[in-house]
Design a protein. Structure first.
Length: 287
């Protein structure tokens, strides 16, 4: 699938108002606390756990320091299954290693888009996702309550339901009956089940974001390690599957025409992928 630019052309995020259609980027930026790079040379969209956060302490310090020094030309997006509370905790924990907040966060496996500086969700992104989610939880919660292998309570419930799973006990044959209620069931890392509004995932939300920000898809590189990253890779955007990717994601590799399989794990794999896709010149400041 080749991304198209301009809100409204088949976008999950709806047509917007006429004023929004005239200047979508300016409109979107009104909701951001920190400015986006004026001249973007790369849009780096990274998963967190197992990807950006994976690596030795020296590797992470080096990577985080480099990202912090490139904010004027690399638009940085975290794309994660974590909710905003968890992202806030993580940013506080990793600050000691030099991790700066990104420009934007796609959280809740694509169900939230937030300003990286404030972690305040963008209403432009949330409204269409909320419309798809409305009433779904009430329909699927009774079905999920009877499903063995799930945590007793959802870990998160912002426009989706996230559960910890026991992969040996989870009966996957019962998931299609849940999906019949207008949701997608996504198992990733053999650790989590996410119940998402149908069609909403890290990939669909990223495409919506690129439309609003009027960004050239050729400048985008995504990176991830687990099955909730597959939707990003399926967009056809340049993508890096890091060396420590889960087996289910590796099995999908032959069908992913623009995804590079890095040898290196985590953060080092991201850098290897950037060199592969011709962004090596941006790494000159990496010490
Ligand atoms: Mg991950």
């Amino acid at each position: 699938m080749i991304p198209v630019c301009g809100p409204g052309r088949g976008s999950l995020w709806g047509p917007g108002t006429e004023e929004q259609r005239r200047a979508p980027r300016a409109h979107f930026q009104q909701h951001l606390k920190a400015p986006l790079p004026g001249a973007t040379e790369l849009v780096l969209v990274t998963d967190l756990d197992g990807t950006l956060l994976e690596g030795s302490l020296p590797t992470r310090r080096r990577l985080y320091g480099w990202l912090g020094s490139q904010r004027h030309r690399i638009l940085q997006v975290f794309s994660t299954g974590r909710d905003m509370r968890s992202v806030a905790r993580l940013l506080a924990e990793e600050a000691v290693l030099g991790l700066h907040p990104p420009h934007l966060v796609i959280g809740d496996v694509g169900c939230t888009v937030a300003c990286g500086a404030s972690l305040t969700p963008s209403p432009l992104a949330l409204e269409p996702i909320e419309a798809l989610w409305r009433g779904r939880a009430a329909q699927v919660l009774p079905l999920l309550a009877g499903l063995p292998g799930l945590s007793a309570e959802p870990l998160s419930s912002d426009r989706r339901l996230a559960y910890a799973i026991d992969p040996r006990r989870l009966d996957r044959s019962r998931l299609p009956a849940i999906e019949a209620h207008g949701v997608d069931c996504l198992v990733s890392g053999d650790k989590y089940l996410d119940v998402l509004p149908a069609g909403v995932n890290k990939g669909s939300t990223l495409l919506g974001l690129l439309e609003w920000l009027e960004l050239d898809p050729a400048l985008v590189v995504t990176a991830g390690d687990s099955l909730n990253d597959l939707a990003m890779f399926e967009t056809g955007l340049q993508s890096v599957m890091v060396g420590n990717a889960e087996p289910g994601l590796v099995r999908a590799l032959p069908g992913l025409r623009r995804t590079y399989r890095a040898r290196s794990h985590g953060g080092a794999g991201i850098l290897e992928g950037l060199r592969h896709f011709g962004f090596g010149h941006l790494l000159a400041g990496l010490v």
